[in-house]
Design a protein around this ligand. Structure first.
Ligand code: ADP
Ligand code: MG
Length: 309
């Protein structure tokens, strides 16, 4: 069996936050990500969903080694990259790229789009300057921006066009893994759909594997193969996307699903907003589960957090 293209093993991040009461009051531990294990099989899209503050971006940043984990490991194609020095990490940087919600801040306002998209080739010393420009223009064209956009600057673009440029820049090195952190959250509905379709096309064409971070379950449903649900820093449920939408077992997942807006009033279900306490109390009780909450397999490829009961 070949290794998954990306694997997270027991990843945790604890932030030390200053205690209220001044500098002498010391610090408290804030467990933003707790013991997260995930696998991303080659050529698939895994959705990482959860409300704001659940730990999704922290997980994405650690995956990219843009933030150091407190503990745990990150494997790319079976190779452990968690402890590599920046120099040793460089070849792996080519293989994993990230796109953020707010790409404007990531695009240098003084650079033309051709230069922005070509820059990763330049950093990695791939091709002559002319090759680099040609590849950048071809990639701009591929993401739906005519080659003439190469001469333009980020401020001349709409939000959707900026996301296209960010995607072009992320994919110019033909990475194996793309982390997309809420890439469509700032966009209008119609533009959102275009960017989702573009990502799907590129994923299939390039054999990409995508960790797609989102709090928008309708987008996740149309794009992903599998879903991992995050609550309070933990993964509480993972399954194939259809299973999550038809057979969610964890109260947090069920609550998220009930909050999806539906267009037809007849399909409207009552929204169930559970408090964190209610969710903790509602963790499924399963024979054979441990005394503290942990993921338990309830069907092939369906894991749910459960406790003994
Ligand atoms: P999400 O992306 O799901 O909204 P985040 O990963 O951004 O969640 O944040 C998870 C938790 O960690 C939140 O409580 C957030 O306030 C906290 N957090 C994130 N980054 C930092 C940081 N650099 N320092 C301290 N706390 C942080
Ligand atoms: Mg986030």
């Amino acid at each position: 069996m070949t290794a998954p293209v990306l694997e997270l093993r027991n990843l945790s991040k604890t932030f030390q936050l200053p205690r209220k009461g001044g500098w002498f009051a010391g610090y408290i531990d804030h467990h933003a990500v707790r013991d997260v294990s995930l696998t991303l099989p080659r050529n698939t899209i895994l959705g990482l969903v959860g409300e704001s503050g659940s730990g999704k971006s922290t997980t994405g940043l650690m995956t990219m080694r843009l933030m150091e984990p407190t503990s745990g490991r990150i494997l790319i194609d079976g190779a452990d990259i968690s402890a590599l020095t920046p120099a040793a990490l460089k070849p792996y940087r080519r293989q994993m790229q990230i796109v953020f919600q707010d790409s404007y801040s990531a695009l240098d306002p003084m650079m033309t789009l051709a230069r922005i998209v070509a820059e990763p080739l330049h950093i990695h010393g791939i091709g002559t300057p002319d090759d680099q420009t040609e590849q950048a223009l071809a990639m701009l064209d591929r993401v739906g921006l005519h080659r003439s956009y190469g001469q333009r600057y980020p401020h001349e673009l709409s939000g959707g066009q900026r996301q296209r440029v960010a995607i072009a820049r992320a994919l110019i090195l033909r990475p194996k893994v793309l982390v997309a952190d809420e890439p469509t959250s700032a966009l209008d509905v119609s533009v959102k759909a275009q960017i989702i379709n573009l990502l799907l096309d590129l994923q299939q064409e390039m054999g990409l594997s995508i960790l797609f971070i989102s709090h928008d379950l309708s987008v996740v449903r149309s794009l992903t193969d599998r879903v991992a649900v995050m609550f309070n820093g933990r993964i509480v449920e993972t399954a194939a996307t259809e299973t999550i939408f038809s057979d969610a077992r964890h109260p947090y997942t069920q609550g998220l699903l009930s909050a999806i807006p539906v267009l037809n009033p007849r399909d409207r279900r009552p929204r169930r907003f559970l408090t964190a306490e209610e969710i903790e109390r509602g963790i499924p009780r399963l024979p054979g589960a441990g005394t503290s909450p942990a993921l338990v397999q309830v069907a092939p490829d369906h894991l749910v957090e459960a406790v003994a009961g």
